[in-house]
Design a protein around this ligand. Structure first.
Ligand SMILES: [Zn+2]
Length: 301
C-alpha cells in the first residue's frame, strides 16, 4: 500500500468526519450553535470531540449522514454508451495476451481462485459475463482486473489470505468489471477512437491490426491506465464486493480482516503491497465503511 498520500487522505478523512460531527451536533445543540459563529462552533465541537466519546445514537447518525456508498445503491450497470459487450470481450482477450507477456502466470493456487471466484461471480450484478481467473507469480500482494471478465491475483496475496478474505478481494475485482470502470477510463483516453475502431474490425488474434492494437494496449498496461482507479471507483468496488461476497455465502467480515492484514503488512514492509492498494482510500476508512455496510446488511437494508 502506497501511503505517500496518507497524510493528505488522513486529514481529508478527519475533515469529513469533523463536518459530520458538525452536522449532528448542530442539530443537537441548535440553540447553543445559534449563539456562536461557525468558527466558534467548530472550535467548540473540536475541543469537545476529544473528551466525549460519541454515543451509540451519534454513531448511528454518523452512518446515516455520511453514507459513503449513497451514489451506488441504485446504480444500474450496462455497456450502454461504452464498448459493446462483444468488443469488450475482444479487448479483454487482447489485453490478456499482453498480460501474459509482462507477467509470469502460474497454475499454483489456480483451482482455489477459480472455485472462490466463480462463486462470487455467479452472485455478482453481472452474472452472465464469462469470468476468467488467473494467478500471477509475484512477491507483491496484488490483484487487478481487466475488461472482458479477467481477474488476476498474485501468489503472495494467495499465501496471505484465507478463503473468505480471498473472496473479498475477488468480489472487489469483479465489482470493477460489473461497474465497467476500466472501460470508462479507456473511453476518456486519447487512444479511445483508434482502439474502438480497431477492436471493431478485429476478427481474430492474428494480423497487423492485432499487432498494432497489441502495442497500444501493452503501453496502456505498462502505464497502469486501465488498472488504476479513482477513489470513488474503489469505494464502488468495495461496496459491490462486500454485498457480492455476502450473497455468495461468504462471511463479509472477511473483507475487514483482509484490510487488517494489509494494514499490518503496510506497517512492516510497504514494498510488498502492489498497485491494488496504492490508489485506494486508506485502510482505516475502508474498514470503517465495510463495518457500517455489514451493519446495514444485518438490518436488512
Ligand atoms: Zn480496486
Amino acid at each position: 500500500m502506497n501511503f505517500q498520500g496518507m497524510n493528505a487522505s488522513e486529514s481529508l478523512r478527519k475533515q469529513s468526519m469533523n463536518r459530520s460531527i458538525v452536522r449532528i451536533f448542530s442539530a443537537l445543540i441548535v440553540g447553543a450553535a445559534l449563539c456562536f459563529t461557525t468558527e466558534q462552533s467548530l472550535a467548540l465541537i473540536q475541543s469537545s470531540r476529544n473528551v466525549l466519546a460519541p454515543s451509540r445514537a451519534a454513531t448511528a447518525s454518523l452512518v446515516q449522514f455520511d453514507d459513503p456508498y449513497s451514489d451506488f445503491r441504485n446504480a444500474r450497470y450496462s455497456n450502454a454508451g461504452l464498448l459493446s459487450e462483444g468488443d469488450e470481450l475482444k479487448l479483454g482477450m487482447q489485453l490478456h495476451r499482453e498480460v501474459t507477456k509482462k507477467f509470469n502466470l502460474t497454475n499454483v493456487g489456480l483451482d482455489r481462485v477459480e472455485r472462490v471466484g466463480q462463486r462470487c461471480a455467479k452472485t455478482s450484478l453481472r452474472p452472465n459475463m464469462l469470468y476468467k481467473f488467473h494467478v500471477v507469480q509475484s512477491r507483491e500482494i496484488n490483484g487487478f482486473s481487466l475488461p472482458g471478465g479477467h481477474v488476476y491475483i498474485t501468489t503472495a496475496l494467495l499465501r496471505l489470505a484465507n478463503d473468505t478474505e480471498l473472496a473479498s478481494v475477488l468480489a472487489h475485482e469483479i465489482g470493477h468489471i460489473v461497474a465497467r470502470h476500466s472501460l470508462k477510463t479507456l473511453q476518456k483516453s486519447q487512444e479511445y477512437d483508434e482502439i474502438a475502431k480497431s477492436i471493431g474490425e478485429l476478427t481474430g488474434v492474428a494480423g497487423s491490426t492485432a499487432r498494432d492494437i497489441g502495442v497500444a494496449l501493452g503501453q496502456m498496461l505498462g502505464s497502469q491506465l486501465l488498472t488504476a482507479h479513482s477513489r470513488d471507483e474503489e469505494r464502488e468496488a468495495d461496496f459491490l464486493g462486500v454485498r457480492g461476497m455476502a450473497r455468495a455465502g461468504f462471511d463479509p467480515q472477511g473483507m475487514i480482516t483482509m484490510f487488517q492484514k494489509l494494514q499490518r503488512v503496510e506497517e512492516q514492509d510497504s514494498s510488498l503491497l502492489g498497485t491494488l492498494f496504492s490508489d485506494h482510500p486508506d485502510a482505516g476508512e475502508r474498514i470503517e465503511n465495510t463495518r457500517s455496510e455489514i451493519a446495514r446488511m444485518r438490518r436488512g437494508r
